[in-house]
Design a protein around this ligand. Sequence first.
Ligand code: ADP
Ligand code: MN
Ligand code: MN
Ligand code: MN
Length: 355
Amino acid sequence: MRQAEYIWLDGENPTQQVRSKSRIVAVDESDSFVAAAYPEWGFDGSSTYQATGHDSDLILRPVRVVRDPIRGGDARLILCEVFSPNGQPHATNTRARLRAALDNGGAELDPWVGFEQEYTLFRGDRPYGFPADGSAQKAQGPFYCGVGSDRIFGREFVEAHTQACIDAGLMLYGTNAEVMPGQWEFQIGYRGLDGESPDVLHVSDQLVLARWLLRRVGEDHGVEPRLDPKPVQGDWNGAGNHTNFSTASMRNAATGMAAIRDAVERLALRHAEHIRGYGHGNENRLTGQHETCAIDEFRSGVADRGASIRIPRSVQIEGKGYLEDRRPGANCDPYTVCALLLETICAPSSTAAVA
Ligand code: ADP
Ligand code: MN
Ligand code: MN
Ligand code: MN
């Protein structure tokens, strides 16, 4: 018998949150990473903003399994999709939209992704490191990648979360302290390693699991990681989720820059639609200041951290690689972001244009 923590996204409006509950299951060691080996399970959707009390039973279908680094041993974390009793994906099941975008031609372009998840640690009602009167001791400047007890708040928590992600087997790329005190980032997804796939569905699943671990490890450290895109008003950086995206043709030296230019042209035409899917309250972050482009503008540029889409300098020099969409807020839904990117960039007509 092993303990399996079933994890899913609820129906909270305007931002869905992670939920979980535990089940003791009999799953053999040889099947212990096979999602289909775990039983489907029900839950009370009326308590998660996903159903009414009169018709409340919803279904959890296991789709991804990793080690449970909190319990260790035989325990596993089981990421689930939510289905209605009629067998259809529930309205809150955004992962189903990404699966559809992959099935509708997206998968043929072999899309990869790496997220830069920023977040802010709160203790009580203010960011960890902010004084009681709500003002900060210093203007921002010394905190990004800083070291020392006068500028770093929550390092023990960050180390614990990082180790938990590694122990779970997630594709963690790195971490850094951010521009505002108490603000941090981890990157997850593409690492350039043989034998692991940074495909959009896999990495989006891993980000949801890493977010669950963020909150779970926070319980043990008395800190609450928040994904609010603008946790402190005024002259303080917001929190984003830069999405680094590539297709096979972008990663090929013969077609790379043409494919990236084609993608940018397509993204420009659907800017407003992307912004609608990139997180609630993001308008408070995308002001045109603090390393962002204003929300109603679309700009791209090489090495430009004030652009909507940044093409890294190294990509321009090598003529291949990826683009960075800097618009998603920290609280964005990764399935929706990737589905939008696929629907815009990998639509069948663009395949012909780029090939
Ligand atoms: P920044 O300079 O924007 O802060 P980071 O070093 O924080 O960048 O993160 C780089 C990100 O780029 C990582 O999430 C990594 O997974 C991603 N990445 C690198 N190469 C690719 C690629 N070819 N396709 C998709 N994502 C990539
Ligand atoms: Mn970064
Ligand atoms: Mn950052
Ligand atoms: Mn970035």
